[in-house]
Design a protein around this ligand. Structure first.
Ligand code: ADP
Ligand code: MG
Length: 705
């Protein structure tokens, strides 16, 4: 049997229609695509650690069978929460293992069955004489496989794949092994030969063979750090094609005709100065210069404005808007929530009052007549700045002369939503703002077609927020502290993870609001804000809080984004261990916005999971958004950090932007250099397209070719 790259996976041995469907769905329809699916880890199964030689605290791979009597038992059997216990022996000793949610193992972990177990071995906390593995990775191994000379399971460095739907790592290993053994065709290489030579990269064929089934003598540490020449090449390649797509898209944008704004005229400079209620920070000034330079060019700006919560992005956006409006164009500002849109609308009205610009609000919660008049004013051009939510793209909003699109809190919107708004103008300038401080390297991968401006300085007069971690038993003292702060004229937020009580046994905003208002703060004005209130109710509550008619605001994460009440200086977050790090940071950003000292109190038990503990400790240790983002990335990995909505675009198979940032930089330099030479770049794209349709799609090369 001979196999070539274009063979559909469904004809492979070991792949029936069901598995073929899974592979196709995961973007691996052909043999070529399947070979691009690489292991995420390697196990040294040439020599297993005998149980007797295990060193507690270290990661080991052992080969052992389930003991008689000590065979699998389920304890604490409550549905999915069941813990499965089993013991194993290998001739040198016995080892205990515990599996959380392990009820399903009852069927397979029978006496005498052999398994490879991989994981950290610790001393059993309940029985200090006993060693145990908690949630090891396991694979069952038949007797015949150990004996076979070309076993894929043992006697070699074994690749471990991320399971795909119902296809386990072991099945994938078998399928890929069979392919590689019967593979006698050439594997074409789309990387330019100069690059192969410059970095002494192996060919794609050699790199793939090696990365799937490395030779016995390779260092397992090198493999697991993904720095063997084969892996380096494959990682570089993924970044390179992706960056090439970005570079080509960028050069196309630069050809596209945009609106060259006048920015240097005295009249315009004066108009910009006049709207400023305070002296801008030097970071704000620098960023405005970068934006103005873009606006002046005859092709559309695509700029990401990054700055920590409270760093003052909005006023910079309004300065840019002033330039655009003075040139006779309209500006639209889209925000992810109605609260935030309303707030931007109010500040725009305030800031642009003297300038006399027409400001309109378009959100779904308004009356038909209010909406109709806003729409009419956008279309006639009477409205110069239009603020809204995604209602802006859902409604038939027509602009007379749209010059710039501003998208706030970009991470809440998908790329397509941004695009639909942009299409309402003729190549308008685009400014996206985010308070998620993305480390530079990641900004380049994820938003590589955007230019980056960073506000890395806080407005003056801020006192740093003091954050502490208290337990629930300390709440009475916390409430007492809150009363004192409010007696001094300050205001406070109390945040809960859920709106209503549920099975999860979490305190809920609505119930706690009742209790706090009645029993804890009977003399104070307490308000409630959550996502299920009607829009006008939400607006009314926010307005009352802004005017200090509400002193204590009980809320859910609806307040996470953008809400700006400088007099609020206390935030209490209950069940703080239930929130993500980025979310806690965003929440905390609601305080510390004025000159008064602010305090954030995180309520959570002292005994919590390692990750939750790391999150809360980070919050206590720093309020620097960039540090927090780096920590968060390490804790969660980039996929979750950004949410699938955006990360889905940059689906790398082996490359990991954080781990491989040097290769990312290198690939970006090479790709942008190649894009300078359109003929050569087109050659690479064509070669890539002939290799695989899936790749084309993955890197969006079809749209730029
Ligand atoms: P971001 O959107 O970046 O989170 P905002 O634009 O909402 O931050 O600004 C936060 C607060 O700081 C606002 O109350 C704003 O008026 C104020 N502010 C912004 N820039 C300055 C400055 N240069 N000097 C004083 N206050 C400022
Ligand atoms: Mg903001």
């Amino acid at each position: 049997m001979s196999i070539s790259l274009t063979n559909p996976v469904k004809y492979l041995r070991g792949v029936g229609p069901h598995r073929a469907a899974i592979l196709e769905e995961r973007g691996l329809p052909t043999v070529g695509d399947l070979l691009g699916y690489l292991p995420f880890r390697y196990e040294d199964r040439i020599r297993f650690t005998p149980i007797a030689e295990i060193i507690p605290g270290q990661v080991h791979t052992i080969l052992a069978e389930v003991t008689a009597g000590g065979g699998g038992t389920v304890r604490f059997a409550r549905g999915r929460a069941a813990i499965f216990h089993a013991s194993f022996r290998d001739g040198s000793g016995t080892l205990h293992a515990r599996f959380f949610h392990g009820a399903y193992l009852e069927a397979t972990m029978k006496e005498g069955r052999r398994f490879v177990l991989h994981g950290k071995v610790d001393v059993d906390p309940y029985r200090p004489a006993r060693l145990e593995m908690v949630n090891p990775q396991i694979e069952s191994v038949g007797a015949a496989e150990t004996a076979a000379t070309d076993s894929t399971e043992v006697g070699r460095i074994v690749p471990i794949y991320e399971a795909l739907g119902g296809i386990s790592s072991r099945m994938l290993r078998r399928i890929i092994y069979t392919v590689l053994n019967n593979f006698d065709c050439n594997i074409p290489d789309a990387l330019p030969p100069e690059i192969l030579e410059r970095y002494r990269f192996p060919s794609r064929r050699d790199a793939l063979l090696y990365a799937h089934f490395p030779p016995k003598n390779e260092s397992i540490e090198l493999l697991n750090s993904f720095r063997s020449p084969a892996q380096t090449r494959l990682i570089f390649e993924e970044f390179f094609y992706y960056q090439l797509a970005l570079a080509l898209r960028r050069s196309r944008d630069h050809v596209q005709k945009g609106i060259a704004m006048r920015v240097r005229e005295e009249k315009i400079r004066e108009a910009v100065k006049r709207i400023l209620p305070f002296k801008p920070t030097s970071a704000q000034k620098r960023v405005l210069v970068e934006i103005a330079a873009d606006l002046e060019r005859p092709y559309p700006m695509h700029r990401l404005l990054e700055g920590d919560v409270g760093s003052g992005k909005t006023i910079v956006a309004f300065e840019a808007a002033t330039i655009v409006i003075e040139n006779g164009y309209q500006v639209v500002l889209m925000a992810p929530t109605e609260i935030l849109a309303a707030q931007h609308y109010l500040s725009a009205r305030r800031i642009f009052k003297n300038a006399g610009y027409g400001v309109e609000l378009i959100v779904s919660g308004r009356t038909k007549s209010a909406k109709d008049s806003a729409l009419a004013r956008a279309e006639s051009g009477e409205a110069q700045i239009i603020v809204g939510t995604h209602a802006l793209i859902e409604n038939p909003v027509i602009f007379k002369k749209l010059g710039m699109v501003i998208v706030d809190e970009q991470h809440r919107f998908g790329v397509l939503q941004r695009k639909r708004l942009i299409e309402k103008g003729a190549s308008p300038h685009v400014l996206v703002m985010t308070a998620t401080p993305i480390p530079r390297t990641l900004a380049l991968t994820l938003y590589g077609d955007l230019d980056l401006s960073v506000i890395d300085e806080m407005p003056p007069g801020r006192t740093p927020i003091e954050t502490r971690w208290s337990e629930e038993t300390q709440l009475p003292g916390v409430w007492e502290f809150l009363r004192r702060e409010i007696a001094r004229g300050r205001q406070a937020y109390i945040v809960y993870p859920v709106i209503e009580e549920s099975k999860q046994e979490l305190k809920a905003a609505t119930a706690e609001f009742e209790r706090l208002a009645k029993n804890v703060f009977p003399k104070l004005r307490v308000g409630l804000l959550h996502g299920r209130l009607k829009n006008d109710e939400k607006d009314a509550v926010m307005e009352q809080f802004r005017r200090n008619e509400i002193q204590v605001l009980v809320a859910t994460t609806v307040i996470e984004v953008g809400v700006d009440v400088p007099n609020a200086t206390v935030m209490v977050i209950e069940h703080a261990d239930r929130f993500g790090l980025a979310q806690l940071h965003q929440l905390r950003g609601r305080i510390g916005r004025g000159t008064e000292k602010s305090q954030c109190i995180l309520i959570a038990p002292k005994k919590i999971t390692g990750d939750a503990q790391a999150r809360l400790e980070t919050m206590v240790a720093t309020s620097n958004g960039f540090e927090i983002a780096e920590r968060d990335l390490k804790l969660r990995g980039p996929g979750e950090f950004f949410g699938t909505r955006q990360h889905g675009d940059a689906a790398f198979s082996v490359a990991q932007p954080l781990r491989d940032h040097e290769l990312l930089d290198l690939a970006r330099r090479e790709a942008f250099a190649l894009a300078e030479n359109p003929a050569k770049a087109a050659e690479v794209v064509a070669r890539l397209e002939s290799l695989s349709a899936a790749w084309q799609k993955r890197y969006h090369l079809a749209s730029v070719g």
